[in-house]
Design a protein around this ligand. Structure first.
Ligand code: BDP
Length: 701
C-alpha cells in the first residue's frame, strides 16, 4: 500500500513536472494563433482571490450542457484563467459563488432575481450580468433573451477577468448599437485574397464540404467573442461560381459550423450571374426571366442555409457588371435582388464604391451624385454600404458625404482592417484612433451632434437597418493576420461595431492585456505605441490631407506615379504638385466637393482658415510658401511631418526593444523584425517623397 502510494506520488510528481515543462515550452512557443482568447492563468493574487470566490460553481441549464458553445467557452476560459475543474459545472445552485447562465427559455432558476421584462429588454442580441443572491447564495447571473445574447455575455464576463476588472458587484446591461456587424472577406475561389496580407484564404474550397478545417470554428468563435454576427465569405469582385450548386453546398457546410456562434453567412454576388451562370441572354433587372432566375437561386440558397443573411454587391464599379449596362439605376439593380431575398428575410448590401468618370471630373464627388438622387427608391431590405471616406481607405480621409445625406435609405459603413494602404502586414498601425475620428465626425445632417456613429445607429434618420462591416484580414498565417498587431484591428472593428462610443484607448488596452500582457507597465508601453501609430503612419506617408500617393501595390507611396489605366488611379491626379503649389482644390472655386457636406461642415472645409490642417491638401490647393498655423511655410511643414514620421517609426522600434523579456520571445521577435522593416521603409519613403516634391517646392527661390 505504502509502496503503491509512494509510486503514484512519484508518478504525479513526474507528470506535474512534464506538464510544467510542456507549459513552459508552450508559453515560449506562443505563436499568436489564440488571438485575444489566450486565457492565461491569472497571476494577480488579489484578483485571483476575488474571482475564485465569485466563481466556485457554474450553473448551466441542461440545454447549455454538452458540446454547447457556452459550456465550452466557460470551460476553457475558467480552467485557463482560474484553474476551475469541469466538475464545477452543475444544474442547480449548491453554494455561494454560483455563476448562473440563463436565457429566456431557461430562466426558471433566476426568476426570483431577474424579471422577464429585463430579459425582454436585452433585445435579440443583448445580455445582462448581475451580481445577486439566489436561494440565499451569492451568485452572478449572465442572461440574455436569446442564445447569441448569452454567448456575448459570457465573452464579456471572461473579458472582465482577462483584463483584471472587478467582478463582485456587477450590474451590466449591453446591447449592440448596430445590427449588422460583418466581416467582409475579399477571398477568391482559387485561394488567393485580394489585398490580403496574411497568407492564403481560410476557406479550403477543394476540400469542402467533406473536410472541415478546425479553423472554421476557431474563426467563428473569435468573431463571436467581439460581437461579430456575420461574414461575407468571398471577394466583392465576385466569382460567378459561388452561386453554383456545387459551391453553395460548400458554403452551407461552413454556415452550419458558424450557426452555434451566431455568425451568419452572406455572399458577394456577380450581377451578371443569370447570364454567365444561368445561360440567359441578359441580366437586365427588369427582365422577367432574370427576376425568376434570382428568385429560384434565392430559394435554393435558403433550402441549404435557412438563416442565410443576404448578398453584397459591387456593381458598375471597376469593371464589375451592373444595371447600367441596361440603362437601369443602382436602385433597380438592388431591388431585383432584394425582391428575390425578401420572402426569406434576406437583405442586399449594395456598395456605393462607384466612381464613373462621366459623372464628375472629381472622383470624390461621384458616389454622392449617383446615390442621393436615388434616395427613397430602394426596397426596405436594401442597405447602401459606404466606405468611410470618399476615395478609398486612404491613411486619412474626411468622412464620406453620403453619411447623413441618405434619409430614407439605410446606410452602413465599410471600413478596412486589412491595412491595404496602411502598411499592409508589415507596419504596426492600430486603426482605433482613425476609426474613432470617422465615427465621431459630426455630419450636421440634423444639426449639431449628428455624428457618423449616430447616423449609423439610426438615431439621425430612423433607419430600418443599421450596421458596420470591415474588409478584413484573417488568412492562413498561423497568427491569422500576418502582423501580430494587425489582430488589434480585427478586434477593434468588432468592439466598435458593437459600441461605436467606446474609446480607441479602452479597446487597445483590453486587446493588449488579453493578447500580450497584464503587466501594467508593459501594457502602458504597448498602449502608447498603438495610440500614436496611426498618426505616425500618416506623417511618413500622406500628411496634411495628401492622399492616393501610391502605385499598384498600394504599399509604398509613389507620388511620381502618373501612369495608370485611368487618371484617377495615378498619384499626380490627386496631389497636382507643380512649381505653383500642391493640393486638390475641392472648394467652391474648385470642384465644389465641399458642398456635398451639410452646413457648417461645408463652410469649415471650404475656408482655408478654418479647414483642419489634417485635411488641408484634400480640400485646398496651396502655394508652397503658404503660412501654416505653426508659422512654418507649407513646404517646411511637409518636410517636418515626413521627418517626424520617420523618427517616430524609428522610435517605435526602440520602444519595442524595451519590452524584450517582458513578453514571450517569439512574438517579440516577430514584431521586432517587422518594426525594423517599418523604420527602414519610413526613412526611405520620407527621403524619396521629399526629393520628389522638393523638385517643385524648391524651384521657386
Ligand atoms: C480598392 C482595392 C480593390 C478593391 C476595391 C473595392 O484596391 O482591390 O476591389 O477597393 O473596394 O481599395 O471594390
Amino acid at each position: 500500500m505504502t509502496h503503491k502510494t509512494g509510486h503514484s506520488m512519484l508518478h504525479k510528481m513526474i507528470s506535474i513536472f512534464v506538464l510544467w515543462g510542456l507549459w513552459g515550452s508552450f508559453v515560449r512557443a506562443e505563436d499568436g494563433y489564440r488571438l485575444w482568447l489566450r486565457y492565461e492563468p491569472i497571476t494577480d493574487s488579489r484578483c485571483l482571490e476575488q474571482y475564485r470566490k465569485s466563481v466556485v460553481q457554474i450553473v448551466l441549464p441542461k440545454s447549455f450542457q454538452d458540446g454547447n458553445v457556452v459550456r465550452q467557452e466557460l470551460q476553457s476560459g475558467l480552467s485557463g484563467l482560474l484553474g476551475i475543474e469541469p466538475s464545477a459545472f452543475t444544474e442547480d445552485i449548491l453554494h455561494d459563488g454560483a455563476l448562473v447562465i440563463a436565457s429566456a427559455d431557461t430562466a426558471g432558476l433566476i426568476s426570483e432575481v431577474i424579471k422577464s421584462s429585463d430579459l425582454e429588454s436585452c433585445g435579440p442580441e443583448g445580455f445582462l450580468i448581475r451580481s445577486t443572491k439566489i436561494k440565499g447564495y451569492s451568485a452572478t447571473v449572465i442572461a440574455g433573451k436569446t442564445r447569441p445574447g448569452v454567448i456575448y455575455g459570457v465573452f464579456h464576463f471572461l473579458r472582465l477577468m482577462q483584463t483584471l476588472q472587478p467582478i463582485d458587484a456587477l450590474d451590466i446591461m449591453e446591447q449592440p448599437a448596430l445590427q449588422l456587424r460583418l466581416m467582409n472577406h475579399w477571398d477568391n475561389l482559387n485561394g488567393t485574397i485580394e489585398r490580403g496580407y496574411a497568407g492564403r484564404s481560410l476557406w479550403q474550397w477543394n476540400e469542402l464540404p467533406g473536410t472541415l478545417s478546425p479553423r472554421y470554428t476557431d474563426y467563428a468563435r473569435a468573431c463571436a467573442s467581439i460581437g461579430i454576427n456575420g461574414s461575407v465569405i468571398n471577394n466583392v469582385n465576385a466569382d460567378l461560381r459561388i452561386l453554383s450548386s456545387e459551391y453553395l453546398r460548400k458554403v452551407a457546410a461552413i454556415a452550419d459550423l458558424w450557426r452555434p456562434f451566431g455568425v451568419r453567412m452572406y455572399l458577394s454576388v456577380n450581377f451578371a450571374s443569370p447570364m454567365r451562370l444561368g445561360g440567359l441572354p441578359t441580366a437586365d433587372p427588369l427582365n422577367p426571366d432574370v427576376m425568376t432566375w434570382w428568385k429560384t437561386k434565392a430559394d435554393e440558397i435558403y433550402s441549404l442555409i435557412p438563416d442565410f443573411g443576404g448578398f453584397l454587391v459591387k456593381a458598375d464599379s471597376e469593371g464589375q457588371p451592373g444595371p447600367k449596362t441596361y440603362g437601369r439605376t443602382h436602385a433597380q439593380g438592388a431591388n431585383l435582388l432584394a425582391d428575390a431575398l425578401a420572402p426569406h428575410k434576406g437583405i442586399v448590401m449594395w456598395r456605393a464604391f462607384v466612381y464613373d468618370a462621366d459623372v464628375d471630373p472629381d472622383r470624390a464627388k461621384r458616389a454622392w451624385l449617383e446615390f442621393t438622387r436615388l434616395d427613397g427608391q430602394f426596397r426596405p431590405n436594401v442597405v447602401i454600404q459606404v466606405k468611410n471616406g470618399p476615395i478609398d481607405f486612404q491613411p486619412r480621409e474626411p468622412f464620406h458625404p453620403l453619411f447623413g445625406a441618405m434619409k430614407q435609405t439605410p446606410v452602413i459603413a465599410e471600413i478596412q482592417a486589412t491595412q491595404e494602404y496602411l502598411g499592409q502586414a508589415r507596419h504596426l498601425v492600430y486603426h482605433g484612433p482613425m476609426w474613432k475620428e470617422f465615427l465621431d465626425s459630426d455630419t450636421y445632417a440634423k444639426g449639431q451632434g449628428s455624428t457618423v456613429a449616430r447616423v449609423l445607429a439610426g438615431k439621425v434618420h430612423p433607419f430600418r437597418m443599421t450596421g458596420m462591416v470591415s474588409v478584413t484580414n484573417p488568412g492562413l498565417d498561423t497568427n491569422w493576420c500576418g502582423h501580430h498587431f494587425s489582430q488589434s484591428n480585427w478586434y477593434a472593428f468588432g468592439r466598435l461595431a458593437w459600441n461605436p462610443e467606446l474609446s480607441a484607448e479602452t479597446i487597445a488596452e483590453e486587446w493588449t492585456r488579453m493578447t500580450f500582457t497584464n503587466d501594467k507597465k508593459s501594457a502602458a508601453v504597448i498602449l502608447a505605441m498603438m495610440m500614436g501609430s496611426h498618426e505616425t503612419f500618416v506623417n511618413y506617408t500622406m500628411p496634411l490631407g495628401l492622399h492616393h500617393l501610391i502605385g499598384g501595390d498600394h504599399y509604398a507611396p509613389m507620388p511620381w506615379n502618373d501612369r495608370a489605366p485611368r487618371a484617377d488611379w495615378t498619384a499626380t491626379y490627386y496631389h497636382q504638385a507643380s512649381a505653383d503649389g500642391i493640393g486638390f482644390d475641392r472648394t467652391r472655386r474648385g470642384t465644389n466637393a465641399v458642398d456635398q457636406y451639410f452646413p457648417p461642415v461645408c463652410d469649415v472645409f471650404n475656408d482655408i482658415s478654418t479647414c483642419p490642417e489634417k485635411f488641408l491638401l484634400w480640400f485646398h490647393r496651396c502655394p508652397w510658401d503658404y503660412r501654416m498655423k505653426s508659422g512654418r511655410t507649407l513646404w517646411e511643414e511637409l518636410c517636418a511631418r515626413y521627418r517626424q514620421g520617420a523618427a517616430q517609426a524609428a522610435a517605435l522600434q526602440k520602444t519595442w526593444q524595451s519590452l524584450d523579456g517582458k513578453i514571450d520571445s517569439r512574438r517579440h521577435q516577430d514584431v521586432a523584425d517587422r518594426l525594423a522593416i517599418q523604420a527602414a521603409d519610413a526613412e526611405k519613403w520620407c527621403e524619396q517623397i521629399l526629393a520628389y516634391f522638393g523638385r517643385y517646392a524648391e524651384t521657386k527661390d
